[in-house]
Design a protein around this ligand. Structure first.
Ligand SMILES: Nc1ncnc2c1ncn2[C@@H]1O[C@H](COP(=O)(O)OP(=O)(O)OP(=O)(O)O)[C@@H](O)[C@H]1O
Length: 331
């Protein structure tokens, strides 16, 4: 059984000009317990919306439909908003690109971490609970690889380096031992050595706590190396999904292929004034969503058939939505 099983999830809204638009269009996502799953797509492809739909934070004026939105075998769409909040508060957590945007600037790290420890974990007299909380905060910092416990506990968020601040935010997120951690671009703008540390930490926590990680990123070249599965989104539609090695070594969708080429091409390797190996054009606005496959106007393989939404092709766990997929030996 999957921990998270989403089939044909669509979110429809009314655009500022009054047009009904599907900002997510029949998206599938399946995540096993303890799996690291990367969701990749350009800005505006619907990655954060997907995360919000999982957490249940969708604008109530939008229409959410799905053939299946199951969490641990439970139908999330059948829950009341209160029950839904209980499930996501207990089982899920999220970290973001800029940890300082949600760490409280006026409290020390120690105070904030102490608050994140579930009340049921500490017992006894007031004094006993205080000591117990402090011990647990230290353990939590140790779990996320922060050695200078005392110093960091007394610090305010603005005094921390970006890597330590992200580790603290991860410690807060995993304090209640969630089953799923959604990491929305947690290392964007970080140096590659800091990114490596954060990814190693997420992979270790996933392994030790049997916690699934859903990593959201724009760059396929910066997914967690330990990712087992990769899902590619474009403009609210699912392009391709499959085991990491299949996606990276044998992409079948032109979108995935172009994202891989783009991330492999280092800027300093490019001849002077040459074009970046990216798809032409840009992601369309809500008012101008192409019909059929939304990649059509930018796709090098597009033909007239692409005005129809392609059916899914499947090879074991690898699936792709394209009328003219790349041949297996094309990549
Ligand atoms: N609150 C909103 N109001 C109107 N449109 C929205 C809203 N949130 C998202 N959208 C639309 O849905 C599209 C997908 O947004 P989303 O934030 O999920 O993209 P993303 O892939 O996470 O992009 P990024 O990588 O830049 O965060 C956006 O292009 C936008 O048009």
């Amino acid at each position: 059984m999957y921990l998270l099983d989403i089939r044909n999830l669509s979110i429809e809204m009314t655009s500022p000009k009054g047009k009904r638009v599907k900002i997510l269009d029949k998206v599938n996502l399946r995540v096993h317990a303890g799996e690291i799953h990367s969701v990749v797509g350009e800005s505006g492809s619907g990655k954060s919306l997907l995360a919000k739909a999982i957490l249940g934070f969708i604008n109530p004026r939008w229409t959410v439909t799905a053939d299946r939105l199951w969490w641990n075998g439970k139908d999330l769409l059948s829950l009341t908003p209160k029950q839904r909040r209980q499930v996501s508060g207990r089982d899920m957590a999220m970290i973001f690109q800029n940890p300082n945007s949600y760490l409280d600037p006026n409290s020390t790290v120690g105070e904030q971490l102490a608050e994140a420890i579930p009340a049921g974990d500490v017992r006894g007299t007031f004094l006993r609970r205080r000591v117990d909380r402090r011990t647990r905060v230290k353990r939590l910092l140790h779990r996320v690889g922060v050695r200078d416990h005392e110093g960091i506990m007394e610090s305010y968020p603005f005094e921390l380096s970006e890597g330590i601040a992200q580790k603290v935010s991860i410690a807060m997120a995993v304090a209640h031992r969630p089953k799923l951690l959604i990491a929305d671009e947690p290392t964007t703008a970080m140096e590659s050595s800091t990114r490596g540390q954060i990814y190693k930490l997420l992979a270790r926590l996933s392994y030790l706590q049997d916690m699934s990680v859903l990593l959201i990123t724009q760059d396929i070249g910066s997914i967690i190396p330990e990712s087992q599965h990769v899902t590619m989104l474009y403009c609210g539609q699912l392009m391709e999904s499959g085991p990491k090695d299949a996606i990276l070594n044998n992409p079948r969708h032109p979108y995935t292929d172009s994202m891989i080429r783009m991330s492999m091409q280092r800027l300093d390797d490019l001849p002077h004034k040459s074009r970046l190996p990216t798809l032409p054009g840009s992601i369309p606005t809500l008012e101008h969503m192409p019909i059929g496959c939304r990649l059509g106007p930018r796709c090098p393989k597009a033909r007239k058939e692409c005005v129809q939404v392609p059916r899914v092709s499947k090879h074991e766990q690898h699936s792709f939505h394209c009328h003219f997929p790349l041949a297996e030996d094309d990549s």
